[in-house]
Design a binder for this molecule. Structure first.
Ligand code: NAD
Length: 479
């Protein structure tokens, strides 16, 4: 990895240490070594960031959409040119393999490109009042200062998926990345500065713990929006916090994606899709296939082929391109995966491959396939966030749909069938914000990404993504 590391707070267009100069280590999960000591923002620092955003808000909102678009486009180009540096940073602080980090860097940059294009397409509406006494003009205006809170699993893409639409809409932001992975976010802030973002428009703070600092920001009168990506548990806390001042929220929360495989599916294709859906990011994705429901007639062949593919993945440091599976973000996260698997095995499941943590200094857990899993057991209810594929056998289409929908989550579902009509029919009946039909991945900057039920509120990406940062205003115009 080359390129500069940014370890200070970015407030009002300047890098500065935290008040009191507190710092905390960021670790490389592949070997436990310290990569850098990052500033630990205090509440006063976070509020200074909100105030910088507040001071810049009117000017940014008044900046021509074309100018905002050009800055975002430039940021996209810089990210594209510096892809290897960004991917290297992601690998180091997150632990994922280089191929996944490169695709994340590309995906992340695409949000700047997409929202550069959306910035100049913010529309309105004109209507005639039914009684004819006035004209109704509906405009869209930036919602205002926005707090963006992001998780560690996609340190670049979850940040650009929020910063892109916020800046395109004319909102100034305070970004709060996860404490496990702040270095990528801080690097992106430097990219935005080089792209021409004016002082105060983008600010970045790294408090630890997050709770009191985010709460203080949400209670600042300037803050109008919270865009959060993370666990459902923290999302619930933040919905309560946001309620105090009726702050608008967008919530991208946890998932428990079912992956349905029907008897009529071509085994090799279904397994290829399953590998992507399960193993992208080492299984640490909100979109990761969390439970496989496989019809009885194909279960043996599917399981055998999936276990063969999973066991062939070399596990080790993400920076080595020979490895197909990198480290979990921390030993703590790795141990959560291990506990879930141990509990499943104690309850009667069998590990066809993998099944226990790998000893050593890094946070490694091998690709694992579990058979003999019953629907309703904890491993089918909990977001695993790791390289573990529990397989549940089903008989009828109705049973598969019922089990798939039997969860509090509703982010994404996967359906694999050789019969497209069936795949669509089943897809329409699954309670999820997104359904991947005969595919292992569906994320796309042009599509509305988001969940139903306890997986969230609102959408990111597509033309819908910018709406989250816009407020509608109705002007009544007399005749
Ligand atoms: P997390 O909820 O623990 O943390 C997310 C962010 O919230 C981090 O920045 C963290 O520092 C901050 N945070 C933690 N506690 C907080 C509090 N009390 N108040 C304010 N902020 C707080 O999630 P994580 O472990 O970083 O990420 C994994 C989770 O994110 C998974 O549940 C995953 O499904 C979800 N996720 C969802 C999407 C999506 O688009 N739906 C995308 C990626 C990840």
């Amino acid at each position: 990895m080359d390129g500069k590391l940014f370890t200070d707070l970015y407030i009002d267009g300047a890098w500065r240490p935290a008040t009191g100069d507190a710092r905390a280590a960021v670790h490389d999960p592949a070997d436990g070594s310290v990569i850098a000591e990052v500033a630990v923002a205090g509440i006063a620092d976070c509020l200074a960031a909100v105030e910088a955003a507040e001071a810049a808000q009117a000017g940014w909102a008044a900046t021509a959409p074309r100018r905002r678009s050009e800055i975002l486009r430039r940021a996209y180009e810089i990210m594209r040119d510096e892809r290897e540096t960004i991917a290297g940073l992601i690998v180091r602080e997150n632990g994922k393999v280089l191929a996944d980090a490169r695709s994340e860097a590309d995906y992340a940059a695409e949000f700047f490109r997409w929202f550069a294009e959306e910035a100049v397409r913010i529309g309105g509406d004109f209507r005639v009042a039914p009684n004819g006494d006035k004209r109704i003009v509906v405009t869209r205006q930036p919602i205002g200062v926005s707090v963006l809170v992001t998780p560690w699993n996609f340190p670049a893409a979850m940040a650009t998926r929020k910063i892109g639409p916020a800046l395109a809409a004319g909102c100034c932001v305070v970004l709060k990345p996860a404490f496990e992975t702040p270095l990528t976010a801080l690097y992106l802030v430097d990219v935005l500065e080089r792209a021409g973002v004016p002082a105060g428009v983008v600010n970045c703070v790294t408090p630890r713990p997050a709770g009191p600092a985010v709460s203080a920001m949400l209670h600042h009168p300037a803050v109008r929006k919270l865009s959060f990506t993370g666990s459902t548990e923290v999302g619930r806390i933040l919905l309560h916090e946001a309620a105090d001042r009726v702050v608008s929220t967008s919530m991208e929360l946890g998932g428990n994606a079912p992956f349905l495989v029907f008897d009529d599916a071509p085994v090799a294709d279904a397994v290829a899709a399953a590998m992507v859906a399960k193993m992208r990011n080492g299984g640490a994705a909100c979109t990761a296939a969390n439970r496989f429901y496989v019809q009885r007639g194909i279960a043996e062949a599917f399981t055998k082929a999936l276990a063969a593919e999973m066991s062939a993945l070399a596990v080790g440091p993400g920076a080595d391109p020979a490895n197909g599976l990198g480290a979990s973000v921390s030993v703590g996260e790795r141990d959560k995966i291990a506990e879930l698997v141990d509990e499943a095995v104690a309850g009667g499941a069998r590990a066809e491959t993998g099944g226990g943590p790998i000893a050593g200094p890094g946070a490694f857990y091998p690709a694992t396939v579990l058979t003999g899993v019953q629907h309703g057991t904890p491993i089918t209810r909990t977001e695993i966030f790791g390289p573990v594929a529990p397989i549940v056998v089903f008989d009828s289409e109705q049973e598969a749909i019922d089990w798939a929908n039997d969860t509090e989550y509703g982010l994404i579902a996967y359906v694999y069938s050789g019969d497209l009509a069936r795949a669509i029919r089943v897809g329409e009946r699954l309670d999820a914000g997104m359904v991947a039909v005969n595919r292992g991945v569906l994320s796309d900057p042009a599509a509305p990404f988001g969940g139903v039920k306890q997986s969230g509120l609102g959408r990111e990406g597509g033309s819908e993504g910018i709406e989250e940062f816009l407020e509608q205003k109705y002007l009544a115009v007399p005749l």
